[in-house]
Design a protein around this ligand. Structure first.
Ligand SMILES: [Zn+2]
Ligand SMILES: [Zn+2]
Length: 395
């Protein structure tokens, strides 16, 4: 296991930084204060800062002192996300969110702090042969901040050989890390089915086309979509999270709407599932004399790790966390990540750092009592430092 003591002098200020960000969360594309604070930390380390990618994104560049450090193509990017969620925090500790209905319930405050810790270690001894771009992106939670930064020319202005990211993972004990080759998170799309019937009096259903039982049938049929269409060894999920119809008990409404999400690890499975939603909605509605209209919102692609980069990441995890604490074939999850956009264009890998559950099993990401575990800051910061040194040492 590598020496994690180097982070010692920075740990107090990193914990304070992380808790300050937790107490002052900002929603997607509004991460102004967060970006200011990140810029201050990195400027103090002597780094060049670029702002304005993806509205609130921050890019800091550190050139190593090695022979190839002046070659702009000999570079990698490390990415952290900055946004909080519209969740009312239920924690009572001193650093709980001071903003109503806004909370770092996904631990992105910790992602920022781990990367700033890695930046501090690297800036102190920049003896690597290349350039590192620290990328702090907005709006991971549904806003596609990674895509926005790329659309603003992130990788054109800062060409890189590879890009890496970490997510804190409560299902994994603190002290452990994991990654895998291939899909690690799912493609995700939201959909809305609107069933158009004909409304009327509740006592005269024969004069109406009641959209409510039709919507209920569509929801029931959707439950069979994955089980009868997806290879049992593949993974996908369709969930209806909201159904809206009607106003009062004695009126049959004109329409009913079904809001859902579908997710799959493989793009072809995702396409198959979306086609199935269309087929079921259309034909169940027709069977009952109604029509159905499907709207699919552009979503995130699957986060698909590249082989060499994922195995490289696993080797760094083994070095910093220890052989028995590093998993190179961790189970994927059907959560989604806009880092998938970056991996569509740039080789790289996305891994997990165990957050543990602090003795509270079931308190997972997006829970109103979630909190990033400060005990893993040193492991995360050391991981980023070692990853940079090893990348350029082996290339
Ligand atoms: Zn999240
Ligand atoms: Zn997250």
């Amino acid at each position: 296991m590598s020496d994690r003591q180097a982070i010692g002098p920075y740990l107090g200020s990193l914990v304070a930084f992380r808790r300050d960000i937790h107490a002052n969360p900002e929603l997607q594309y509004a991460e102004h204060r967060t970006a200011e604070k990140i810029e201050s930390w990195l400027t103090a380390l002597g780094m060049t800062i670029n702002r304005g990618f993806g509205q609130t994104g921050v890019v800091a560049t550190l050139r190593g002192t090695g022979l190839r450090a002046s070659d702009p193509n000999c570079a990698i990017a490390l990415r952290a996300d900055m946004d909080a969620l519209p969740v009312q925090e239920l924690n009572a500790f001193a650093h709980a969110s001071a903003v109503p209905n806004c909370m770092h319930a996904c631990g992105h405050d910790g992602h920022i702090a781990m990367l700033l810790g890695g930046a501090a270690l690297l800036a102190r001894h920049p003896t690597f042969n290349g350039t590192v771009h620290f990328v702090f992106q907005p709006a991971e939670e549904g806003g596609g901040g990674a895509r926005s930064m790329m659309d603003d020319g992130l990788f054109k202005q800062f060409p890189v050989q590879a890009v890496f990211a970490l997510h804190n993972w409560p299902a994994l004990p603190a002290g452990q890390m994991g990654v895998r080759v291939g899909p690690i998170m799912a493609a995700a799309n939201r959909f809305v089915v609107t069933v158009h019937g004909t409304g009327g009096h509740a006592a005269r259903p024969h004069e109406t086309v009641d959209p409510i039982p039709i919507a209920c049938s569509i929801v029931t049929e959707l439950q069979r979509l994955v089980s009868r269409n997806v290879d049992p060894l593949d993974s996908a999920v369709v969930t209806v999270g909201r159904v809206d119809a009607g106003t009062v008990a004695n009126i049959i409404p004109d329409t009913a709407t079904i809001h859902g999400t579908c997710r799959a690890l493989r793009p072809e499975t995702q396409s198959k599932i979306l086609a199935g939603v269309q087929r079921i909605a259309t034909h169940v509605a027709i069977a009952h004399g109604a029509t159905a209209e499907l709207t699919v919102t552009a979503g995130y692609p699957a986060t698909v790790n590249h082989g060499q980069e994922a195995m490289f990441m696993a080797s760094v995890m083994k070095e910093v966390a220890g052989e028995s604490n590093a998993h190179d074939d961790i189970e994927p999850a059907l959560t989604a990540e806009d880092f998938g956009f970056m991996l569509e264009e740039i080789p790289g890998a996305y891994g997990f750092i165990g957050n543990g559950t602090d003795g509270r099993p079931g308190v997972g990401l997006h829970n109103p009592t979630y909190d990033f575990n400060d005990d893993i800051l040193s492991l995360g910061a050391t991981f980023w430092e070692r990853l940079v040194h090893q990348w350029f040492a082996t290339r």
